[in-house]
Design a protein around this ligand. Structure first.
Ligand SMILES: CC(C)(COP(=O)(O)OP(=O)(O)OC[C@H]1O[C@@H](n2cnc3c(N)ncnc32)[C@H](O)[C@@H]1OP(=O)(O)O)[C@@H](O)C(=O)NCCC(=O)NCCS
Length: 175
């Protein structure tokens, strides 16, 4: 049966609802082990529905999904999640399904996440494995400064300030 193809797809970025936690479970399960390792900094193999719910639901998180419409229905090809802390800094992480990487989806997810949380957070922060060249390049391009993580010196910390003008809407091209 035909499936959504990365070569001919319209990608929509939208918030992920609590009832959609199973989509996140399936997305994480579908990531290649190396991508999952990068997404969870080596700490997580698969996530349960309860863990997914904790990631996407609640007043202190914002979860975005990248969705494509296919003949078998909607397919989640990426996610970006921000957690608001007690200060003005929100923490983020994201992933894109392996077959869909390198097409601008990660960059668009990060820009959309930053734009959506800017009214509520002054800074956006993430931690990245030092060998994750793609994520480090994406962060540098998106205006993040890179440094050594204080909580774990084996990690690279990426940080940027947020303001109203720095995150214009990003349009993904449709082939
Ligand atoms: C990191 C990740 C989210 C990037 O998403 P993506 O959709 O593949 O990235 P994009 O296509 O938007 O590329 C953005 C930038 O990344 C860089 N990039 C893309 N492919 C690259 C590659 N093969 N090598 C190095 N840098 C690369 C480029 O700077 C690119 O910008 P450009 O297209 O203008 O050159 C994705 O690769 C992923 O899910 N990786 C596994 C999980 C992970 O590492 N998460 C991050 C934890 S915080």
């Amino acid at each position: 049966m035909a499936r959504a193809s990365p070569d001919a797809a319209v990608v929509t970025l939208r918030p992920l609802g609590a009832e959609e936690a199973p989509l996140l479970v399936a997305h994480v399960a579908g990531l290649a082990p190396a991508s999952r390792h990068s997404r969870f900094l080596g700490g997580v193999n698969l996530i349960t529905e309860r863990e997914a719910l904790r990631l996407v639901a609640g007043p202190d998180v914002l979860a975005l999904a990248a969705m494509v419409a296919g003949p078998q229905g909607s397919l989640m090809v990426g996610e970006a999640i921000a957690a608001f802390g007690t200060g003005d800094c929100a923490e983020f992480a994201l992933s894109v399904a392996d077959a869909w990487q390198g097409r601008g989806i990660g960059r668009a997810l990060l820009a959309s996440l930053a734009r959506r949380i800017a009214p509520r957070a002054g800074r956006l922060h993430g931690e990245v494995l030092p060998g994750n060249r793609r994520m480090l390049a994406l962060a540098a391009q998106a205006g993040f400064s890179l440094g050594t993580s204080r909580s774990d010196p084996r990690l690279v910390t990426v940080m940027r300030t947020l303001d109203a003008d720095t995150h214009p809407a990003v349009w993904l091209s449709a082939a």
